[in-house]
Design a protein around this ligand. Sequence first.
Ligand code: EPU
Length: 422
Amino acid sequence: MDRLVIEGGHPLVGRVRVSGAKNATLPLMCATLLGSGRSHLRNVPDLRDVRTMGKLLGVLGARVDAKGDELFIDTVGAEGVEAPYDLVKTMRASVVCLGPLVAKRGQARVSLPGGCAIGERPIDQHLKGLSAMGAKIELTGGYVVASAKRLKGADITMDLVTVTGTENLMMAAVLAKGTTTLRNAAREPEVMDLARALNAAGARISGVGTATIVIKGVDEMGPLDHAVMADRIEAGTYMVAAGITRGELTIAEAPLEHLTAVVGKLKEAGLRFQQTPKGVVVSARRAPRPVHVITGPYPGFPTDMQAQIMALMALSTGSSVIQETIFENRLMHTSELRRLGASIEVTGSTAVVKGARRLHGAPVMATDLRASACLVLAALAAEGTTYIGRVYHLDRGYERIDQKLIAAGASIHREPEPKAQG
Ligand code: EPU
């Protein structure tokens, strides 16, 4: 296992390019299961989660070839229906193969994902929707076993806003007989990207980007040919990197139209934004002002940026309140931030962060993907050296983050984690 060694205190100056979005790529890869043919995805990020999804598609009978940032997925003759525990346990997003499998192959055996570091994360809404579309669902031996000769359109109101739940049901509905209406649907840009790709391959989906999505079922789907949207969370993370180090980063391909809540808060904190032909230039000269943040479904402030803005607030000039409303256990980074000298009090799902004048390096440990990003950001601004263990979390979702930051002047190196003593 590797760790990152970060020598803090260098303002980041330069240019970073945002990669394709992880959370758009993973459902798009599963969507290729709806058609029979050779799909082509472009602007695909090189990430551990993408490789895991490639393995899963392989198990399901598809042939997956990667060439630079392109993926070719051939589903001709693919017949597998089982997503095994070994893969699903390493990546919850595997569950988005459920809808396409039942819709296309009439059957799916998908391991239940179980809880994870950020919370319980049940999939009851996915199952409720599939069952309303006529799927027979059984839970047995830790697996969801779903079957249907052909799914039927249904009118489904989800109890809460779920991103992968919306994606799963939207994909299932594409091949169902009749019309499906999904109410209280997620409006995340990744859902829109998926719908765009599906429509171009023959689906008839409307209403994406609103809370009501209508899908008219079709008899067959062609292969996908799609360029993945840019990663808004990666872009937001680099914006914070510019602000926290009081540097100036030109962020190319940042999807600003999907970042209004994040950019709004960062501007409130005093970061400066300037649009240029080369990208958005984000800079800061002084310590950030405190801001209050409450996470919410899109277009609210994304939970996937909560940990990163907390790192920035750890160095603000006052007290800020950060409330997590999406996941019940997504404040684990607070205890690691404290090890770097941050002053944070947590009550339930609310953190009160008292800005410190400076943070100081220390050994810390990443607990999940966004918590790792938060620690990298804090380390970039801390005095001295920070050792971040369990970097594999970062590699799941940030393409070459260390290389990109080094190119902008960060002092980072990767080394094997020393074995624990005793
Ligand atoms: N929920 C249920 N029942 C369900 C589905 C969800 O109770 O059937 C709850 C969850 O437990 C959670 C809330 O609803 O409390 C929202 O969860 P959601 O289903 O929207 O999350 P997800 O689809 O599993 C995706 C992203 C996450 C991101 C969330 C929220 C992917 C692959 N993952 O997860 O990304 O945090 O939406 O925006 O798209 C990350 O990239 O670091 C990450 C965790």
